[in-house]
Design a protein around this ligand. Sequence first.
Ligand code: HSE
Length: 415
Amino acid sequence: MDSHRLLKIGLFGFGCVGQGLYDILSREEALPFKVERICVKDPTKLRPLPTESFTYDWHQVLQDDSLDILVEAISDANEAYTIVAEALRRGKKVVTANKKLVAYHLPELLALQQEFGGVLLYEAAVAGGIPIIRTVEEYFSNEPLERVHGILNGSSNYILSQIFKLQKGYAEALKEAQDKGFAELDPWLDVAGADARHKLCILAAHAFGRTIAPEELAFFGIDYLSDADVEYAKQSDSVIKMVASAHLTADGELVPVVLPSLVDASDDLFVVEQEFNGVVVQGTYSGPQLFKGRGAGGHPTGAAVLSDIVSISNGYSYGYKKLNKTTNAPALALDFELEVYLRSSEPELVAALGLTNLQNVQRDNDTFSVLGTVTLGNLIKNQDHIRKAGAYIMALSSDFVGAPARKVKVQEQVS
Ligand code: HSE
């Protein structure tokens, strides 16, 4: 592309991310980018720009060869896939913020780029304003990674911060996260851990050269969090964070999971509050490094989209170095054992999960809580059962392998 002329952007979607990008470009007048067309779905919806600023037919925008870069920022992942796939078939340069789209379709999106010569970047899809994809993809392209873990959902982190720091209720905190534009249109994705799961799938592909289908990955959230669980965390001198993690075992197998976890003051993630995200990248030689920044919101996410726009206009594309290099992508470590806390009213869940090393924490009418050890395989297999039972499960520490000091403390309480 000729870098001296104004590059024209076709923008799909004008929600939080689209407006964030538009606002940044309006303020940064020196940038050589212009939003030429904005395509939205609903002509009746009240929007912050005059009606004539919008177009409603996405085919027309895709057919407009005067546009240099297409930005996809709509929330419906299926529609987003239709648009992005068609754009790539036309060999376009495309930037997306849609994590669900990338998590579910990464292999097809790669194939389309190879076949038709288009390019897709998606920095904004993982951890909002933190430049984590390109850091893992470029900076760590040659160093083997042992672990990538962190807080990848700003809304649930915001809710947990409000609960632990300001003693607010869950519903009130969720409403605030929605009002501030952090939450998904369907906030279940945030609080149930599904959004973090999508982001972890993407991150793991770049970090470990293994594409993980979302269905392969166990995810649990804070949607069934109760006062008793919060109290248990406080008694353990900890807070709760929703941790998305992928690490390699000593045998070279991968443990990917999204699981609320107890986090104490010694944990890198303890300082990640409100809508911030934090990602710890642990290189074999460089050791752990924490990347912290705003994980949600129009401006941080819009800034990540802008960075992709600049990169794509300079000819950058992901090399997928680990994905292309890996002849033996790591298998999932189904036997890996995690130390967990489980609260439920279904005693059969304990047997279904094959929980070992059981310790009682509390029994209250029909509800009980226990500590125990569970394998990753059993977590994956029983995840729907756990959700249907309305049970709450969390790890005892963010590395999943136990918190001995806390267990002693609990034994004393239970006796
Ligand atoms: N709903 C998402 C979050 C937005 O809260 O993290 C950013 O992906």
